[in-house]
Design a protein around this ligand. Structure first.
Ligand code: FUB
Ligand code: ZN
Length: 644
């Protein structure tokens, strides 16, 4: 069986998907087209200071206007990610205005692409003699990878052969320049991305050439002699830096050892998880068990030891990178929005390789927490960095926290995250189900309808994530032997009930899924009841930053305290282990209805100087979902609260 289409109709995710369609995509278009005033007075590179110029760069490269390149040297990728998001939106509904805009951008990209397939406006306009000369930092393959992803999405969504042809031409260019053959570069990208994109292209075109190239890049990475070290000997690589920094160590690029030998998640976090996405896909298509084993090992290192409770990964701003096991500082966390998006991409590949609910559990954590915290509820303000503890004064005064912002800017000078989130949310239908053989796995509890290629429909309806009751309906036009695998979420500790007409249905637990096999005919309706209570969760004691602290979680949602609800000095608050936690529906404080958690804690009195006995006094506390923080006023925020 195969998935034919998934239609999402979910009150929670519809909010976000409508936001993408109606606000984010038009807004991001205006930003990329320099029609939006995004200038801010921010002092870090996480603020936009001028304009995007991303579409203008393409116009100049296409010879349609004159001017100079402006922006990051990988600015093109912002347009491609926007285009990919637009493709998913168009795949779900007609929108003539957007369609026209998309067609114009495809034409523009075709015009900017060189005859040999190469496209990178930075190098075409500013450094034509340095093309492919310094692949460790150049991002040429990163940008083209993002276009290839967009090209595949456009072909699938709106049947744009032109968009796919550009992608094929690009991939053929890369294939002509990289590979084991003499005269080619025996290399791979500094920022993984092209591997996962080539795998998508291989799936879309059914051309094995792209699979081979992706596998070559994965398998060659980190081998000796080291490609990056060798390229560095060339003159072009030694010329003045366009990326404004020193040459990082090879581990930053996950290129110090061959990928199968990487012991711990290392280096730049987005690079790591994009690499893993490509590795997992290559492992599946080439039946490569050692590559799959490497993916599993690194998955465990990330999820068991280097991931925040919010799903955020990448603990340090220094190199936007992983550090070491159990090092998860809250107030200097990096946890880039793109890294959480990348985790979702990786986890999907792992689910395609093997049905195992642990991957879907982590995906859920990312979806409801670490990804969407990257965007304000208005769809026009974005976090790049997603900390778990914020004190605006400390952010302003402490140079070690220059990357931590207490409020989401309108855009970012390095604008990788906003369009990444747009493409993830607009393609959410791809992450709800996985089909293996005759079994349909319900990975995510997102109200939706799945249509299979044999005509069977699987529908689920719920008020998730606020309520744990899910109605699942299977409709089969003719008698069909199949199975359902329903994820038993890791957060659920109570007595789960699965019933049909009020009668308990037997199921078998297989790798975290409740599996029901049978012959389906006409309509079968199950009701799943997942007890959902607010809980205090603790971190592994090896995580020093969280010792003696608890975070509140209800279902998949991680909560936080905000100053707007609880006053300042949040670290002065404590919670007792038996504090009663009450979930309260709130339909008016934010533009999305949600459940807050109310409880009583204690708080130290206002500081008097000196070391004296102080008695904490009771205080009413209100926790809100982490994803929704910083949507009201600028103030403190805290996820991990002291327990006493
Ligand atoms: O290098 C391209 C993108 O910019 C990365 O994925 C992000 O981490 C940011 O560094
Ligand atoms: Zn990013």
């Amino acid at each position: 069986m195969k998935q034919e289409r998934v239609t999402i109709n979910d009150h929670f995710w519809n909010y976000y998907r409508d936001l993408v369609k109606n606000v984010m995509i038009p807004y991001q278009w205006r930003v990329l087209n320099d029609e939006e005033n995004i200038a801010t007075s921010g002092k870090t590179s996480y603020y936009a200071t001028e304009k995007s110029h991303a579409l203008e760069n393409l116009r100049i490269a296409a010879g349609l206007t004159n001017g100079e390149f402006h922006g990051q040297w990988f600015q093109d990728s912002d347009v491609y990610k926007w285009l990919e998001a637009a493709a998913y939106v168009l795949g779900g509904s007609e929108d003539q205005g957007l369609r026209q805009r998309v067609d114009q951008v495809i034409d523009l990209i075709a015009a900017a692409q060189q005859d040999d397939g190469y496209l990178d406006t930075y190098f075409q306009l500013k450094e034509p003699t340095r093309k492919l000369q310094h692949v460790a930092k150049s991002h040429e393959l990163y940008c083209m990878g993002h276009y290839i992803e967009a090209g595949c999405a456009l072909y699938q969504a709106i049947d744009s052969q032109k968009a796919l042809d550009i992608a094929v031409k690009m991939a053929d260019f890369i294939d002509a320049h990289f590979g084991p053959e003499e005269g080619k570069l025996h290399g791979y990208p500094g920022h993984p991305e092209i591997e996962l994109a080539l795998m998508k292209l291989a799936d879309t075109t059914q051309n094995e050439k792209y699979l081979k190239l992706a596998a070559y890049m994965v398998n060659t990475r980190g081998t000796q002699p080291n490609f990056f070290t060798e390229q560095l000997q060339t003159t072009a690589a030694k010329e003045e830096s366009y990326w404004g920094g020193k040459e990082p160590a090879l581990g930053y690029f996950q290129a110090d050892v061959p990928v199968r030998e990487i012991e711990m998640a290392e280096g730049h976090a987005v690079r790591m998880v994009y690499l893993l996405t490509g590795m997992a896909h290559v492992a599946r298509e080439t039946h490569d068990q050692s590559l799959q084993a490497a993916c599993e090992r690194l998955y465990h290192d990330i999820v068991d030891r280097q991931m925040y409770v919010t799903g955020g990964v990448g603990a340090t701003a220094n190199g936007e990178a992983f550090t070491f096991d159990n090092d998860l500082p809250n107030d200097t966390a990096y946890a880039e929005t793109c890294a959480s998006c990348g985790m979702v991409f990786f986890l999907k590949q792992m689910l395609e390789n093997q049905p195992d609910a642990q991957y879907a559990d982590v995906m859920e954590r990312e979806l409801f927490n670490g990804t969407i915290s990257g965007m304000a509820l208005d769809g026009q303000h974005f976090f790049y960095v997603n900390p778990l503890e914020v004190d605006p004064v400390s952010c302003a005064m402490d140079p070690n926290k220059h990357h931590v912002l207490p409020t989401r800017p309108t855009w970012l000078a390095c604008a990788c995250c906003p369009p990444n989130l747009a493409r993830l949310l607009s393609s959410l239908d791809r992450y709800v189900y996985t089909v293996h053989g005759d079994t349909v796995y319900l990975d995510q509890f997102i109200s939706s309808q799945l249509v299979l290629d044999n005509g069977v429909q699987v529908e689920q309806q719920s008020n998730y994530p606020w309520d744990g009751q899910v109605t699942i309906t299977v409709t089969a036009p003719q008698a069909t032997d199949m199975a359902l695998g329903i994820r038993m979420p890791e957060w659920c500790h109570g007595a789960v009930r699965l019933t049909e007409n009020g009668v308990a249905v037997p199921y078998e637990m297989q790798r975290g899924y409740m599996v029901l096999a049978g012959t389906y005919e006409a309509t079968t309706t199950y009701v799943l009841d997942l007890p959902m209570q607010a809980e205090q969760v603790t971190a592994n004691p090896a995580v020093k930053a969280d010792i003696g602290k608890v975070a509140l979680q209800r279902g998949p949602i991680v909560y936080c305290l905000e100053e707007v609800d609880n006053g300042p000095h949040l670290p002065w608050v404590t919670l007792s282990p038996d504090a009663q936690l009450t979930a309260v529906t709130d339909e008016s404080s934010l533009s999305i209805p949600f459940k807050a958690i109310e409880t009583v804690g204690k708080r130290l009195p206002v500081a008097a100087t000196g070391y004296v006995a102080r008695n904490a006094t009771p205080v009413n506390l209100r926790f809100v979902p982490y994803f929704a923080w910083a949507n009201r006023m600028v103030g403190e925020m805290l996820v991990w609260v002291k327990q006493r």
